[in-house]
Ligand binder design. Sequence first.
Ligand code: DSN
Length: 412
Amino acid sequence: MKSLSSVDPEVTKILECESVREASRLQMIASENYVSPAVLEAQGSVFTNKYAEGYPGARYYQGCGPSDQVEQLALERLKTIFGAEHANVQPHSGSSANMAVYFALLNPGDKILGMDLAAGGHLTHGAKVNFSGKLFAAHHYKVDPQTHLIDYGLLDQQARELKPRMIVIGASAYPRILDFKRFRAICDEVGALMLVDIAHIAGLVAGGAHPSPVPFADVVTSTTHKTLRGPRGGFILCRQAYAKKIDSMVFPGIQGGPLMHVIAAKAVAFGENLRPEFKVYAKQIVDNAAALAQGLMNRGFKLVTGGTENHLLLMNLQSESMTGAEAAERLEQAGLVANKNGIPYDPQGPRVTSGVRMGTAALTTRGMKTGEMEQVAGFIEKILRGNNDPERLKGIREEIAALCAKFPVFAY
Ligand code: DSN
């Protein structure tokens, strides 16, 4: 077989650019990470050739022996990581996972109560522009206007008035620990199902650096590629009582053939998650985020909620007289890749925003520790508080590339 470089030099060149980009910049998008070479290898494997509609032992095609084995292995490993009664590793993404749960357990028009996108929630938790907001009667809880923390008392009151069929918990830009016990109590009080989407914090939960929702939730969904450091994809964990409904909604309800190469890569990543060093990694992500937050606050930057307890932080740039879009653009020019992000009660729209979200999962994978986070805080100050002369930014980009060179991407 011919290699990619001889078959398609154009794509090869683009891939090389992406490798250089990933290696030479500070990758701080809070939902990104670097997978191991083993995960890449499994995802790029012959399993991409196989159709395996159905589930292990009950497929609709012949030739599924190895597919059964690899999916079973992924399932067993995943259940062990989270102590779950039942697992499904077929969702192609976090959105598919959430869609399967809604369609399995709700009827169109049912009331759901999820965290407001503008407060740090997610599109699939009932945003108007998303299927979840179009098909269900979606309502939202917000964060306190002063502290920007979830106000559980207010949520309790809102839930009692609304009586939703399901409360959706989880966020993509909330830097604090989620109190799952408290959410469970609210769900019980109003008879709501409890769905927790741990896409962002899955790796922290797996490594014991964030409390687990599994003992409390009816259903837990996630992606596999953020702090969990697996291939791009999703999964669902649930109580045995919901297993059949959820499995049949994933397939044949909303998906056809599972992506067996991705499931093989999920199995590899879950194996890595079970190793003792993953616990050390998860704790380091949180320590690094705390160190970065402290470094920024020491320099007078404002952070939403005044800090972080997980893998991400949200800079409020209003006091810097700069929008999130301007800051993210300038950071990228200087070699630091993050995303503009709305802050709670943001007067700016989602294309402009007043904030920048940053996460430490990818830098931690490279082996960076709290000392490097202090350096990163220094870079951020230099980038955002200086002028936007391209030569000056290029100089910083070179300094950042020199730091990155000391922490090779595949060092683990
Ligand atoms: N797009 C993801 C994130 O960046 O948080 C959430 O799905």
